[in-house]
Design a protein around this ligand. Structure first.
Ligand code: 1CP
Length: 353
């Protein structure tokens, strides 16, 4: 038995009965909140926030003070792993993430090592422990990592990209080299997530933001295969509780059956997939998380309520749904609209359980 006061997220992820549909938002802490911008200003830059457990805790709690969310998510970033591998992460103002030493040739790849989560990534584990303590068993804490392929995209390009041409070029010209990066990343992600679980994360989510850019066969070979490897090496039970896992591949709607077969507990759906059809395909195997189009939150309260209702209706009655957006909250989202969404999910889902 969990001592959590609100365990609806854990129960829904394990497809157990809940009184209502739990809800949280990808990127629920971030630049759409004025209090986030204020704290970030104080810290100087984004990585300074991640590296300081007091500030990471403060920011994790900010959306929980405003909205009746059913989960907290660690405030950090997926790129902490490549940074700990020595690639030199930095954020240029309004330009997204960059690396000073991206993987440029075979030698760089040969030198790549799995970072020890207890030393190079100690600051993340300290943040997890401190957030867990601050939550005081009110809500579950979600830990996360990028997928090996999504991390490789940034490590090889050296920055965000619209088309990931260098990664794809390596995939076709030197698949052996890309596999070498992915195998190292998979070991790094496994150690990182297991350390987050040891530090107190009660759910873990793998963000495969860029798996959807690949052709189907390449998706299975270069992305899903490594996710499956991670899942089979994760600690699935800690302190007497099952640790549910969520896999989110943006653009992965075609692959639901093969994602479900990896052994994850839940699949995160982006906004393109019909959640009712997804449930028919894999709902007997896994829970589903999603999948309101983040742009709906730019509309108006009455439209938001209608769109929430459509998703709840499409999923239908019963267990196994965690409400979320189909991708991260947009920066221009009015915070009041998030409150409308969260309250609508709770109010409109009670008679479906
Ligand atoms: O203040 C700022 O300027 C930094 C903006 C920011 C924030 C708020 C970045 C830089 N990362 C984050 C936090 C973050 N990143 C969280 C926090 C927890 C939460 O509240 O949900 C999480 C889960 C992430 C994960 C992440 N980082 C992903 C996967 C999820 C997704 O959105 O697809 C990816 C791809 C990144 C890389 C990254 N970090 C930051 C940016 C702007 C980006 C995207 C770069 C790109 O466009 O390719």
């Amino acid at each position: 038995m969990s001592k959590l006061k609100n365990d609806t997220l854990l129960r829904a992820l394990l497809r157990q009965p809940t009184p209502y549909t739990p809800v949280w938002l990808m990127r629920q802490a971030g630049r759409y909140l004025p209090e986030y911008k204020e704290t970030r200003e104080r810290a100087g830059d984004f990585m300074a926030l991640c590296r300081n457990p007091d500030l990471a805790t403060e920011i994790t709690l900010q959306p929980l003070a405003r909205f009746k969310l059913d989960a907290a998510i660690l405030f950090s970033d997926i790129l902490t792993i490549p940074d700990a591998m020595g690639l030199g992460l930095y954020f240029a103002e309004n330009q997204g993430p960059k690396f000073t030493k991206p993987l440029r040739d075979e030698r760089d790849i040969e030198q790549l090592r799995v970072p020890d989560p207890g030393s190079h990534l100690r600051y993340v584990m300290d943040a997890v422990s401190q957030i867990k303590k601050a939550l005081d068993n009110e809500l579950p804490l979600i830990g996360f990592s990028g997928s090996p392929f999504t991390l490789a995209c940034y490590m090889i390009e050296g920055a965000a990209s619209a088309d990931f041409i260098q990664v794809k070029t390596m995939l076709y010209r030197r698949p052996d080299l890309l596999h070498q990066v992915l195998a190292t990343n998979a070991r790094a992600v496994t150690a990182y997530l297991n350390a987050q679980i040891e530090s107190g994360a009660q759910v873990v989510m793998i963000f495969d933001t860029w798996g959807g850019i690949l052709p189907s066969a390449a998706y299975h070979e270069f992305s899903l295969h490594y996710i499956e490897q991670i899942l089979s090496n994760l600690v699935r039970e800690h302190a007497g509780s099952r640790i549910p896992t969520i896999v989110f591949t943006k653009g992965g709607g075609e692959y639901l059956e093969s994602i479900a077969a990896t052994g994850c507990d839940a699949i995160g759906l982006d906004w393109r997939t019909d959640i009712g059809l997804a449930r028919k395909r894999v709902g007997h195997q896994v829970a589903l998380q999603g999948n309101l189009d983040p742009a709906v939150l730019l509309s108006s309260p009455d439209i938001i309520v209608k769109e929430v209702e459509k998703i709840l209706q499409s999923f239908g009655s019963g267990n196994g749904h965690v409400f979320n957006l189909g991708h991260g909250v947009m920066q221009t989202t009015p915070p009041e609209h998030v409150a409308v969404m969260v309250d609508a999910v709770h109010d409109l889902s009670r008679n479906r359980h």
